[in-house]
Design a protein around this ligand. Structure first.
Ligand SMILES: Nc1nc2c(ncn2[C@@H]2O[C@H](COP(=O)(O)OP(=O)(O)OP(=O)(O)O)[C@@H](O)[C@H]2O)c(=O)[nH]1
Ligand SMILES: [Mg+2]
Length: 301
């Protein structure tokens, strides 16, 4: 008989509707900025792993796009699919909701979680926004009727409240296993992918309400040379008017996005970085299944 390893290791999906703080929570759990975040819903578009290794536990967190009822647009269908399929391959699910209240999308997600057949921990995020702790009581009383949660943990991803409690509970739920990844590995994604995401984050944060959904970033050049990293990226938009907005007056917006991206990449990689950006138009790419695939929005990416 083989001995059970003393260590624990497994996959933990962070799921929930858009904007509840899944990516912020993942970054907090692994103690470093990996996933992009913003005030605008539907910031995350790809499944991405964030790995945390301690002496005896390796947590493989999987960030997912927000799930929502609207399935009319091809991009929305892709986002829902990426999140739904993740649920089926993990050991534990952290279902993130907003302390502000239960929403219709949460009901839809619960139905999917019931079918997953793995423990679900409910994380009630953004408790720092509540004026009084008692304000949470009605929500706490009602969530028990939704499904049998393994645990219910009120927390704040931005303020770091109750994060260790969640982490400890998750450790207990992971199977005994050898580690899957090297102890210093923090993600399954390439730095090239992370660079594209960072540029997209700067764009989402700077631009108005509608534009974020109409753009995507494609890295064309990623070359390390003479102690310097050269990053060349195309920002795809859907209409000429959007291109003008992204470029800005005299190129001012594009220059600012480039500067912010460069600074964050330099901090992250501890090397000099040079960022070049272009803006190109590809009409209707976000509602075109083929264009989506060619721009990296496919199940295996
Ligand atoms: N006050 C407060 N704000 C938070 C907290 N956690 C996240 N936020 C904010 O909520 C917004 C959304 O956070 P994200 O982490 O991007 O949310 P998400 O669930 O990943 O969103 P999608 O990727 O769009 O599905 C950001 O402005 C965060 O700063 C929290 O604990 N307290
Ligand atoms: Mg996110």
């Amino acid at each position: 008989m083989t001995d059970t390893p003393a260590t624990r290791c497994g996959y933990i999906a962070l799921v929930g509707r858009p904007n509840v703080g899944k990516s912020t929570l993942l970054n907090r759990l692994i103690g470093q900025k990996l996933c992009i975040t913003s005030r605008k819903p539907q910031t995350t578009r790809h499944r991405i792993m964030g790995i945390k290794t301690t002496a005896d536990v390796q947590y493989v967190f999987v960030d997912t796009p927000g799930m929502h009822l609207d399935n009319k647009h091809a991009m929305n269908r892709y986002l829902n699919r990426a999140a739904s399929t993740t649920i089926l391959g993990v050991d534990v699910i952290v279902f993130v909701i907003d302390a502000g209240g239960w929403a219709k999308d949460d009901d839809m997600i619960v139905e999917k979680l019931k079918q997953a057949g793995v423990p679900v921990v409910l994380a009630i995020n953004k408790v720092d926004r509540l004026a009084n702790k008692e304000d949470l009581l009605p929500l706490l009383a009602s969530v028990n009727e939704k499904m049998a949660f393994q645990d219910i943990i009120p927390l704040s991803a931005t303020k770091g409240v109750n994060i260790e409690v969640l982490e400890q509970q998750l450790a207990n739920l992971l199977p005994h296993s050898e580690f899957f990844f090297a102890e210093d590995q923090i993600t399954d994604r390439s730095m090239r992918f992370v660079a594209a995401e960072l540029i997209r984050e700067k764009l989402i944060r700077r631009l108005g309400k509608e534009l974020p959904y109409a753009l995507t970033v494609e890295i064309e050049e990623y070359v390390q040379e003479d102690g310097m990293l050269n990053v060349g990226a195309v920002i795809w938009v859907e209409r000429p008017g959007q291109k003008a907005i992204v470029i800005g007056k005299g190129g001012s917006m594009l220059k600012e996005i480039g500067r912010q991206s460069r600074e964050e990449l330099e901090k992250m990689l501890d090397t000099k970085v040079f960022v070049r950006l272009w803006v190109k138009v590809r009409e209707g790419w976000s509602d075109d299944e083929r264009a989506l695939r060619s721009l990296g929005y496919s199940e295996d990416s």
